[in-house]
Design a protein around this ligand. Structure first.
Ligand code: C2E
Ligand code: CA
Ligand code: CA
Ligand code: CA
Length: 277
């Protein structure tokens, strides 16, 4: 399924004009997809390294286009950001994620949901207010929602981002810096941000079991983050050796294909059942 749309996607990638006809068509279709529920969410487990307990799920958006097939989020999210469509899109993702969080809670499973947000969302006027409203509506506690924002996103308009993060933080929502290590920021910049956790980018984690430099970067980042009071999430865990390494480095939370691939909502219950067995 994931492979079927690749050739079409390449065509979109080569097309750098954000207002080309093809892109506009795709955006019109994306807008319709939101309203017609043609989008779906996949959930990837996050596991506490020390206990092996499932503590939450990262929410990942999926779009299966009627003609082009699977279009990866890396392709359509940037377009949605350029056209402003990211605002309703993020609202949709938040609404569905909180509904799922609530449904799981009602079935006796209390987990956190990590939702990806864009720089543009941080500049929306009533963003925090809208989220608080959604939390109330679904009866989910703010501490069960984690918003993941990339370090680059916080640097586009640093003052606005800082203010927005502060409001969200004060509302009790958890905040994570995503893809840490890939941008131009540093821990000295990050430490001034009101955030709870740091996600080390998967490019450092995926091969840390065979690459000593990667392992050194991950270990050093974990130690510095802990000294600064952040929880650390390692994403892109693809082997048991990496799990063991992360354990020896006292990493807090891990996520990756070795534990589980992102899955549709109806797979989550059965997966949890198998995992705990
Ligand atoms: P991300 O936030 O870094 O999300 C993690 C990506 O890593 C996901 O790709 C996931 O499938 C993949 N991944 C997880 N474990 C492993 C692993 O062990 N190995 C490897 N190689 N990859 C792994 P995905 O789902 O294709 O998403 C790509 C990006 O699209 C995300 O990167 C995020 O930046 C963006 N994205 C996805 N959903 C949303 C959304 O709802 N809103 C926004 N704003 N962005 C989203
Ligand atoms: Ca993420
Ligand atoms: Ca990431
Ligand atoms: Ca990444």
């Amino acid at each position: 399924q994931a492979e079927s749309g690749v050739s079409h996607v390449a065509a979109y990638t080569e097309d750098i004009n954000p207002y080309s006809e093809r892109r506009l068509t795709l955006m019109t279709e994306l807008r319709r997809a939101i309203h017609e529920d043609a989008l779906s969410l996949h959930f990837q487990p996050q596991v506490r390294v020390s206990s092996g307990e499932v503590c939450g799920f990262e929410v990942l958006l999926r779009w299966t286009h009627p003609e082009h097939g699977f279009i990866p989020p890396d392709e359509f999210i940037p377009m949605a950001e350029q056209t402003g469509l990211i605002k309703p899109l993020t609202q949709w993702v938040l609404d569905r994620s909180l509904a799922f969080c609530r449904a799981m809670q009602d079935s006796g499973v209390r987990v956190r949901m990590s939702v990806n947000i864009s720089a543009i969302n941080l500049q929306e006027r009533a963003f925090a207010e809208n989220i608080s409203h959604l939390l109330d509506e679904h009866g989910v506690e703010p501490g069960q929602l984690i918003l993941e924002v990339t370090e680059t996103a916080t640097m586009i308009n640093p003052q606005a981002a800082l203010t927005a993060l502060r409001v969200l933080y004060d509302a009790g929502i958890r905040l994570a810096i995503d893809d840490f290590g890939t941008g131009y920021s540093s821990l000295s910049y990050i430490r001034k941000l009101p955030v709870h956790e740091i996600k080390i980018d998967r490019s450092f984690v995926m091969e840390m079991d065979s690459n000593r430099d990667d392992a050194t970067i991950v270990r050093t980042t974990i130690n510095m983050c802990h000294d600064l009071g952040f929880e650390v999430v390692a994403e892109g865990v693809e082997s048991n050796d990496t799990c063991e390494l992360l354990r020896s480095m006292s990493c807090d939370i891990m996520q990756g294909f070795y534990l589980a691939r992102p899955m549709p909502d109806d797979r989550v219950g059965p997966w949890l059942y198998d995992y705990r067995d």
